[in-house]
Design a protein around this ligand. Sequence first.
Ligand code: TYD
Ligand code: MG
Length: 456
Amino acid sequence: MPKGGRSVFRCTECGTDQPKWGGRCEACGAWNSLVEEAVGRTARTAGRPDGRHTPVGSATPVRLSEMHSTSGARWKTGLAEFDFVLGGGIVPGSVTLVGGEPGIGKSTLLMQCAARLEAQGISTLYVSGEESPDQLRLRADRLGGDAGAIHALGETRLEAILHHAAALPAKVVLLDSIQTTYTEALEGAPGNVGQVRECAARLMRFAKETGPAVVLVGHVTKGGGIAGPKTLEHIVDTVLYFEGESTLDHRLLRAVKNRFGSVDEIGVFRMTGTGLEPVANPAAAFLAGRSTGVSGSAVTALMEGTRPMLVEIQALASTAGFGTPQRVATGLDHRRLAVLLAVLERRGGLPFGGLDVFVNVTGGVRLIEPSTDLAVLAALVSSVHDRPVPADTVFLGEVGLGGEIRPVTAAERRLVEAGRQGFRRAFLSSRFRGPTGGLEVIGLEGISELARRLAA
Ligand code: TYD
Ligand code: MG
């Protein structure tokens, strides 16, 4: 056994063990698939948070109906948007991973959570391997009052972290970050695939066996995924991504996996001089700063999880200088824009051949749903005719290649939210039947009707 029985290199593709690391698995030929794993005595004893050995059969099978229910037991942080994205608060014994680019506000978010939990008497341990206690203190001062009560620990060694968490004892352990944490059971440097996976797995066992909740910060790679093994996302219970344009002060917290709530929910925060502030009216967060009375702007309501959000789409069509006209799409797939322009040209009779076209979704939002097609077309038509769309109008509809306009899912919820935000009219498919949430609804068969209506 290698290194006195301490570790082997296991292929994540085919699962074979090899005594030494290599760029390629000798068994299956996969590249970069070998990760270091602890084996033998070290791994078995290191697996227990308290270092003791578990006798086989210490857990016995029970009927689910005979177990006492823990459903509904959640610790609310009081940071409304964070609790909402988690599905109602932090679940005891759960492991949550918060990923995001550097500087987006992950440490700030965790520290604010810790402060609010402490204020309710829920003991927390904030472990940082990234910042010195002095730096943490500076941030706490900036966040004001409550943050002073947090137990902070500057430590990167997993064994020591687990010891302190158990000794405190902490009900919520916040670890910043999983990439700076390492275990003595493995030889590799912190942040390498084997270390990240082993540390996460042991934190998971610690949480499940002894009850505290663990919140981990995870760094993201250039590609936008959480750095480390793919399996990291499988190990933990909940994966949240914290995102936003660093130039704008809005931050979105998005659940991409949640064993205790729904996925695709987003929470909206604003970064202020004194930390993150949940946005009180997230549905309208992206409409702030909208200029009305200008051509080329249209509003749609898209669904973020169960919540409708209103977003503005801007289009600018101008005579192309020379050569091939430009097509630039920000926040929207450029192939989708090409399809919509072709449909508008063929079915709506609007020639775009000689025009540069720029489309932009404001607030750093990305359009993924086809239900936003109609608003993109409305913005384009408005720009070509240089005629503003009435400011109190929303557009909801998917556009087909034949120029037909299709109904959207959850139309009623979108209409109700639009009504709440002061919109009075909605353009949607003539096939839509259902409550209109008090809005005047204009049903359209196809896009030629849209062009006519907006030109009128
Ligand atoms: P931070 O939480 O350190 O980000 P991360 O841990 O994701 O790298 O936040 C970094 C940015 O947030 C930094 O540029 C400063 C800014 N910030 C504020 O604007 N207000 C605040 O109250 C705090 C604490 C940070
Ligand atoms: Mg940080």
